[in-house]
Design a protein around this ligand. Structure first.
Ligand code: ADP
Ligand code: MG
Length: 372
């Protein structure tokens, strides 16, 4: 095994080191150790890494170390699949840059007023985090110029593909300089994503980060075999028994999420629901209230599974077993963040058993039966 690198080894500036220190970040994760050096050498990077392994800092730190504070146009452009994720990345970058004088980062996302976004862009942020559709909109209206950027990051590329953004991404790549640095981060590498790397990232450094114990959070995985109709009772019982006050319950569809939220609320829990049909203002409010512990139980679909970074979630419940194996990892990765421990509970009806067995084979998990 290669020698473990420290942040000191990576030669980071005092401003960034102090910001990391005040966030309680001590050692770089594997993907950070592997991606930061080539990116600081201005090389392009293709990184396959599971969720929760610290990808945000892996691309943000090198961009921030090479900012030209005299330049007015955007230097780093980060594309993310969802509004939540874009806001999350922007707020992490804001914290990371708090000691850099004159540093600004702006999020450019659908569902927010164009005027508000114009005001932010008029302040000349060095870094912009955007969802692809809204970015193209703003470029077309000449409200943002991305023709001089140094670095383009595609974060959660596989998820952007799933959300139908592949054409937009190719268009955006075409609007940026040919000699820019590019970094592509993805948990999986489907064909269409590989095509992008072949077409636009020749000669890039490839990094493959396997799920590893130190990077992988400390999650106790449990399952409960129970009929569909008992799932609400099982969840409320586990929450009471374990004394949880901050949990997430995942459902496969919007309708199911609304129904489950209602039933959990009728069972006496303080509940909010989030899914793709809920407007941006409302979504932000719910996430904010959740962060501030204003309610106990967030019910949602996989729209909220990725990237949402709330550090003290005690447990994740799979009310429905996810259709895709990767989704299971993304969901349970919402707990045990930032070095904390957590638990994940999968409620398995008879018809979901084969699906769950496949997930176990795929994730090499060893869930225990929870004594209910
Ligand atoms: P990913 O994008 O790979 O899913 P994130 O970049 O969102 O992961 O990081 C997941 C969590 O880990 C965040 O709370 C982040 O602040 C924290 N984190 C990132 N790097 C480190 C580190 N080197 N040490 C400790 N915590 C870290
Ligand atoms: Mg991420």
């Amino acid at each position: 095994m290669d020698k473990e690198l420290t942040f000191e080894d990576l030669g980071l500036s005092d401003e960034i080191m102090r910001a990391l220190g005040s966030m309680g970040v001590k050692r770089p994760t594997t993907v950070q150790q592997k991606a930061i050096p080539p990116m600081m050498d201005n090389l392009s990077v293709i990184a396959k890494a599971p969720t929760g392994t610290g990808k945000t800092f892996a691309f943000a730190i090198p961009i921030m170390e090479y900012l030209n504070m005299d330049m007015k146009s955007v230097q780093g452009l980060i594309l993310a699949p969802t509004r939540e994720l874009a806001l999350q990345i922007a707020s992490e970058i804001r914290l990371l840059g708090k000691n850099i004088k004159g540093f600004r980062v702006a999020a450019v996302i659908g569902g927010q007023s164009i005027n508000v976004q114009k005001e932010r862009l008029d302040k000349h942020p060095q870094i912009v985090v955007a969802t692809p559709g809204r970015l193209i909109d703003l470029v077309t209206r000449k409200m943002i110029d991305i023709s001089n950027i140094y670095t383009l990051v595609l974060d959660e590329a596989d998820e952007m593909l799933k959300m139908g953004f592949i054409k937009d991404i190719k268009r955006i790549i075409g609007m940026t300089p040919d000699d820019k640095q590019m970094a592509l981060f993805s948990a999986t590498m489907p064909r269409e994503i590989q095509d992008i790397t072949w077409q636009f990232m020749e000669g890039a450094v490839e990094i493959d980060v396997m799920p590893k114990a130190e990077d992988h959070p400390d999650i106790d995985e449990y399952f409960v075999n129970c009929p569909e109709k008992d799932k609400i009772t099982v969840i409320t019982r586990i929450i009471a028994k374990e004394d949880y006050t901050k949990v997430i319950v995942f459902c496969n569809t919007k309708d199911q999420a609304s129904k489950v939220a209602m039933r959990l609320s009728n069972a006496g829990l303080s509940v909010q629901v989030l899914h793709g049909d809920i407007g941006q203002g409302r979504r932000n409010k719910v996430m904010e209230d959740y962060r501030r512990n204003r309610f106990d139980c967030l019910v949602g679909t996989d729209v909220i599974a990725r990237g949402i970074d709330v550090d003290d979630i005690e447990a994740v419940f799979n009310y429905d077993i996810p259709q895709e194996n990767e989704l299971y990892l993304h969901r349970i990765g919402r707990t045990a963040r930032a070095g904390k421990s957590g638990a994940a509970y999968s409620l398995i009806s008879y018809r979901e058993q084969p699906r769950f067995e496949e997930i176990i084979r795929y994730t090499k998990a060893d869930p225990k039966e929870y004594p209910i």
